[in-house]
Design a protein around this ligand. Sequence first.
Ligand code: GAL
Length: 681
Amino acid sequence: MRKLINGKGIDLGVCYYPEHWEESLWAEDLDRMLEAGLGTVRIGEFAWSLIEPREGEYTYDFFDRFLELALEKGMRVIFCTPTATPPAWLTEKYPEVLNADMEGNLIRHGSRRHYNYNSSVYQRLCCNIVEKSASHYAKHPAVVGWQLDNEFNCERDTFYSESDTEAFRCFLQEKYGTLDELNRAWGTVFWNQTYTEWTEIYVPRKTNTNSNNPHQMLDYYRFISDSVCRFAKMQADIIRKYAKEGDFITHNGMFANIDYQRLGRESLDVLMYDSYPDFGYELDTYSPADIMRDRKWSRNLSEVRAVSPNFGIMEQQSGANGWNTRMEAPTPRPGQITLWTIQSIAHGADFVSYFRWRTARFGTEMYWHGILDYSGRENRRLREVREISRKIAAMQEISGSKYDAKVGIVKDYDNIWDSQLDRWHGRVEHFSQKNLFEAMELLHVPFDFVYLENHVTLESLRQYEVLFYPHGVILDRERTALLEEYVAAGGKLVMGCRTGYKDMDGHCVADFLPGLAAKLSGTDVQEYTFVPPDEGRVMADWDGVAIEAAVFNDLLAPVGENAEVLARYTSSYYAGTPALVRNRFGKGEAYYFGGAFALDTAKVFLDKLGVADPWGDVISLPESCEIAVRRGAEATYLFVLNYLAQPAQLLLKRAVKNLWTAAEETGEVVLEGYGVKVYVL
Ligand code: GAL
């Protein structure tokens, strides 16, 4: 994938809906955007009817006029394919394009994303509108890039239409070849589910017990992702025929049931993300106990970075959240638009486009505020955006620099999807993912997500001193071999309970656990149990440090001369049994921990493995502030972000340059509430 958005500096932009406003406002709007430093607009993602108002009838003049004006003003344009919202004439004439719920009820026209990816009729009509749009608009000099659709799988990430069932059968035929093989992989002998014809197979349906066959479910998630990827590629292949040299293709994520690694590889030049940290303050879900609130978006941004090291933000929060039916959240407080913009950039964004210019006066999203309110009058948020533009102008040298992390959290889609459908897996996975992220944040450990897939090389893993693969329940030989190579070459790998107990079909292995990871971990799991609820917290002792072994416990024994017990359980009937084994493997070390990772446990691991607070010799700062680091060819940039309303006390242990003021700072420094600093090292 291409490294930079158009290869030039950090850009700001804004989402605009020319169809929502009187045409007489366009010129003034574009002038005001440019004056505020917003040089790119994204348009057209829901505007199918403006190009094809009736089947086979095309009208290009609306966007022609807009593009001409953009060109005249010097505004760059990201044009979208409008396939997220098929028009009423289309769904009325071809109801087979609609998605359905699990009971088979059609998802009707009247909102958005009501289509399914697999209807051949919809695919034909989409190819047609994409071909018409790209062949007409792509050559326009104002156009610099293309967005495919809008937020694949947003709002609804499961598909149960008849077209999906037909496509699911093809997907399975291709995967398994024979029904015998499918019956084996799905374990259909259990509860007499054996299939004798392909036509007996459906996407998951309502069943008694509300449980579908788990192996079918795993394939179903793989199938949804496959459907999205094929749908995206179908569009990207058309756009590539017409796009000018240098124009990019992107998509705005990220949502469930999509393998973004594949989507990116097959169809995109760069991945973008829609970042709405104000959800951290949503009225119905806000919890004062959640110390991460808007800071959680750093985790999402790290997910985007795992696909595109330098990515874009297509929609960055600039006003209050709110549909008229849900998702109410307060207006960003002074400083928060800046904080969230720099949060994106700190994590690798080289393009940030705000959502949206003017707040819609009608429709479901009339409370989802943009920079301007309904009247368009000058306001505090626009003043803050102007100020951000000045800051961005002074930090152009950062573009293209890479996020710097020595710790990785390993993931793969088979395990992500298995943890969605399997409660035993889900309990440990969600618990550990949350706590590992929080521990890294609180101990100021920049980290990356690292996806274990065919395209990952040993070289790319070796940049990490420590990898956590908290619950690699499903393992295959290739992934295990790569992890073995990583450790043998000197890496440290930490695995948690339940590793390796399933194969790629999601069957439990008949081997001794942790299955394929037995050799690498030097560990034998002799028994296992959920932490009994009446037991309280199960603890283990690691050289005098008490760590919790939460949620689930594997009772361990070391195997082989390189394996040693580092910690033993101190509670429950298995007190005295090993809870943590370290295996020296080649030049590195594999750790097998018998529990899921509680917050304090994760902190102890980071500390004992020597990766906590890696910038501690430069700065000390309170837990409430995040640090992020981008490394360029010439310099290293240290971002400090304060997510609280209260000022934070920083201690700079050596003189560093403030990127915005160019002044040297050292010693005690106060960072104001919601404040941000960027230091050049
Ligand atoms: C995004 C979407 C936008 C808008 C925004 C606010 O998910 O891409 O079209 O809906 O949220 O709801």
